[in-house]
Design a protein around this ligand. Sequence first.
Ligand code: ATP
Ligand code: MG
Length: 404
Amino acid sequence: MSAGFPSGSRSPILPGATIGFLGGGQLGRMTALAARSMGYDIQVLDPEAACATRPVASRTITAKFDDVNAAVDLASQCDVITLEIEQIHPDVLDAVAARTTLHPGREAVYIIQDRIRQKQWLKANDFPLGAFVAAQSADDIADAVRTHGPCIAKSTHGGYDGRGQVRLSNVDQAKDAWTALGGHPCVVEQRIDIAYEISVLVARSASGQVAVYPPSRNHHTSGILTWAVVPAVISDAMTQRAQHLARGVAERIGIVGLLAVECFVTKDNTLLVNELAPRPHNTYHHSERGLATSQFEQLVRAVCDLPLGDTTAFAPSAIVNLLGDVWVQDTPPAMEHALEVDGVRLHLYGKAGARAGRKMGHLSAIGTSAQDALGRVLESYRRLSPATTGSFDVHEPVLAHITS
Ligand code: ATP
Ligand code: MG
């Protein structure tokens, strides 16, 4: 669904120009590959010298995300700057925006990068959310559990892949949770009785054109994304509600680039926003396979103010994440066996040092249906690492999720 060329003229940043990335992880790498194939040059800033985007970039600046001088250096050589991580210091965003074009802009990133600020903004703008409390102390956490029952306390900054989160079932756990989160203010969310999880990706270009992707159906294990599939196998009514919601959030927050809206659907069919991400998203890696325009190419189009690409699904597609857990003492799993399955492709991020929970790559597949595409990536995963497939249910129990 791509719609609505805005009035007014575009001022596109054309191939041959240089795109700068704040953040050089796998999202930057895959976006940079798409940008390269469209004829753009790439520069990147990341705290890790050997970051995943480095091999794709002409220049890598090794600096932290609060290093204003380094960001100014990046900006001095780039026609437009985007980001693949939201934890960029606001001073860096300001310094970049003062020197070159920055998309997405400071305001959207500033709202999203703090969980409390993000939730308060969503609430103030009447978007549907589960119950939450902004806790300033262990007592606040205890009160939240008393009021809302089982909860999850989440750090305001820097949490990802379920890190910086503590689950609480009773009031007695509040003190430990406060300590585990470093004694900083946190968000305490009521634990939602989730029927299933979806996300919707929205692209918005600098001149205001909007494109909304079909929802992705997502499965997490211990707070980390395990697999994602399109189509989501949900009702047309839920598809429309979710797309309408995501588009509304993207327009209200004024994103330029990509906005992923992660959602919960409860057992009584209530649609709630979980969280927002102003960048490419793990749940849309299948867009490289089954959707007419990958999220990575779409980000390039959006920030360069080119016409947005078609978001239609031309084939069901799925991904399964490869975490460091399936590397045994730095020995990679059997990639050659994973590729025995028809329709499967391997995507590795070039990261040295496989650690438990670290995203090292993913497998993708297209198929004749959501179940078929998902079945292929899960079968491929099983062949890649028979010893570790017990870490999550790869067969019927998981597939059953999407037949309901
Ligand atoms: P990521 O970076 O992968 O998006 P994250 O660390 O930001 O993850 P969340 O998105 O907040 O973490 O949570 C990860 C997962 O944990 C969710 O997708 C969901 O499966 C579960 N979860 C989070 N919050 C809740 C909640 N309030 N109730 C029930 N489950 C939840
Ligand atoms: Mg999340």
